[in-house]
Design a protein around this ligand. Sequence first.
Ligand SMILES: NC(=O)C1=CN([C@@H]2O[C@H](COP(=O)(O)OP(=O)(O)OC[C@H]3O[C@@H](n4cnc5c(N)ncnc54)[C@H](OP(=O)(O)O)[C@@H]3O)[C@@H](O)[C@H]2O)C=CC1
Ligand SMILES: O=C(O)CCC(=O)C(=O)O
Ligand SMILES: [Mg+2]
Length: 730
Amino acid sequence: MSKIIYTKVDEAPALATYSFLPIIKAFTKSSGIEMVTKDISLAGRILANFPENLKEEQKIGDALAELGDMTQDPNANIIKLPNISASIPQLKAAIAELQSKGYNVPNYDESEEITSRYAKILGSAVNPVLREGNSDRRAPGAVKNYAKKNPHRMGTWSKDSKTNVAHMDADDFYGSEVSTTLATEDNFQIKFVSSNGEEKVLKDSLPLEAGEVIDATKMSAKALQEFYQKSIDEAKQKDVLLSLHLKATMMKVSDPIMFGFAVKVFFKDLIEKHGALFDELGVNFNNGLGDLYSKLDSIDADKKAEIEADIAAIYEKQPRLAMVNSAKGITNLHVPSDVIIDASMPAMIKGGGKMWNAEDKEEDTLAMIPDRCYATTYQAVIEDCKENGALDPTTMGTVPNVGLMAKKAEEYGSHDKTFQAQTDGKFVVTNKAGETVFTLDADKGDIFRMCQAKDAPIKDWVKLAVTRAKLSDTPAIFWLDENRAHDAELIKKVNTYLKDHDTTGLDISIMSPLDATKKSLERMRKGLDTISVTGNVLRDYNTDLFPILELGTSAKMLSIVPLMKGGGLFETGAGGSAPKHVQQFVEESYLRWDSLGEFMALAASFEHLANTQNNEKARVLANTLDKATGTFLENDKSPSRKLGSVDNRGSHFYLAMYWAQELAAQNDDTDLAAEFAPIAKAMAENEDKINSELVANHGKPSDIGGYYLPDDEKASQAMRPSSTLNSIIG
Ligand SMILES: NC(=O)C1=CN([C@@H]2O[C@H](COP(=O)(O)OP(=O)(O)OC[C@H]3O[C@@H](n4cnc5c(N)ncnc54)[C@H](OP(=O)(O)O)[C@@H]3O)[C@@H](O)[C@H]2O)C=CC1
Ligand SMILES: O=C(O)CCC(=O)C(=O)O
Ligand SMILES: [Mg+2]
């Protein structure tokens, strides 16, 4: 029996799973493949971490830890759907839902010990555990061709658009970075020495391997706040919306602090007036303005009204904020996880440089991206669009990505080495011999962080880049900035490791992210493809940016993580868990989640199984699924966004029908052909009936019995409303 792990996650992809997984199970049963689910949902991870609070029958195992171990097994074959990377407000909401369902899990801030246990669940806690390999994300040919023939809507860009990115000019992470490559293994210690000489060890032991690149940097709180003030003034003066784009989920320590500073600068007058009360209430603006709102109900009505009036007065005076939900008055500064840079900047660029104002109308915006490491790439795209107009999905080239991701590379592995200065002083990093490696002076409030990138992953990343360039016969650009300390170290390694490969005939270059953006766009406009070979952050950013422009969504990406130990991790698409889709499903029983990412990941997973475990039936499943996905695209059976037509569930039906037809038609495995012929026939004969059963509830509310922990029975019923289809599958 070969095992494929299919992850149980949250929100829209979790709903889609209720419909799609039974189909996968039915199609793989006779091929010696067992589909095993592992619960890595936010609710599941909370339950797994507090067994002592639960009744025996409520306890579940720690699936994430099991999967983490599994990545080290050469036989690992894991299909990973997107999960919630929880901000504190999301985590608290999930805890409250679990408690309301009789799970006695503790409150987030019950005690310091509890909060620190919850820290393990917070933010991007899943992906870094599973991603024990580098990242290969691309739009397969069939998907790209489909997008060219069926272009999505693009907003128009005009030359006089007032949209821009605002970033800092100094004293940010970019400007303060220092970096070194270790000649031998070592063990570092991080301490803070306050200006009165007091020493505090922040991290006692940081074991490092030979060849590892290690950096330290800081963000000045003073410069950051000055930047926010300057941007607020600029937005006001230019009469545009103001928006803030951070990654408070993956950068779960540094970015909420940066988010908090923005809220505090924007609402300065409010905090000056009511600061003492806010302290008393325990308001933490790092969780957004929403944290204040969540505490207002506990104070007396007059005071509450006064505060609300003061907030309204600030909105009058300040520039208009970009909105997340105009109807509900939710702004860009309400919740740090509502506007996540990788998805939000591309969505804005795709829409012609506009975000939504309080009247639900589109407007130009000043997008604040404080740190310069990556802000300039978005500005380059904006300038290109102003100059040349929106990109054209019918002709544009593609920008696949090869990303350095393994072993918690770079910024996305820095949480346990990120600290905020509690007083003025300096951060000091010493080695095992007690010598000082880095010293960074800091003022109270400054954010210090250290990032690492191990040698073996870097070597593997260079190899993957060369392999992709060769296989796809496409130029590859390493997006590395010689003026940035960390990148300068990487450039040395890239130049060394490229020599390990035969690169004759290949076009491989190294450019700063800014130049690489310009070059890739110039080629893209000519219909030419360019591989972006990037570090971990740009992997994340580019694999939403380019797909969203090219395909309308990053959900259609093939997203493979060849695990360094030989296993395969197949991510589904490159985007997130689409919370808005759940809202729509609950309101009108229509799920517009596109499962194309799941279809492609599944085919890649079968193929991996065939190659590593000589399972020839898996190869037949892979080939037929690929063809079925092609037919699916040709016949345009993705969720249409129109009530009464194909939604996520309908799209699964069509995929299943095409897949059964391909299985019935192939000659490589006669048993499979015989098994699936009647299934294909039954599906085709009942197409109309199944469709009418699938759309019967469109427009009416549906009950899934929860948000973070849906009721399996209810959700399954809602996602499998066609008894005809269910009985064929059964
Ligand atoms: N790999 C992972 O585990 C990832 C997890 N996340 C998590 O997802 C949550 C939401 O993050 P957010 O930044 O809003 O990003 P999302 O990608 O979830 O949402 C952005 C928008 O992308 C579109 N979209 C995404 N996936 C699909 C799909 N399969 N079919 C159709 N449209 C899709 C939707 O746009 P529209 O409604 O306009 O169609 C959606 O509203 C967070 O908790 C975040 O941490 C985020 C990224 C990756
Ligand atoms: O892990 C996360 O929080 C998000 C991951 C993500 O955005 C990505 O991998 O593209
Ligand atoms: Mg991303």
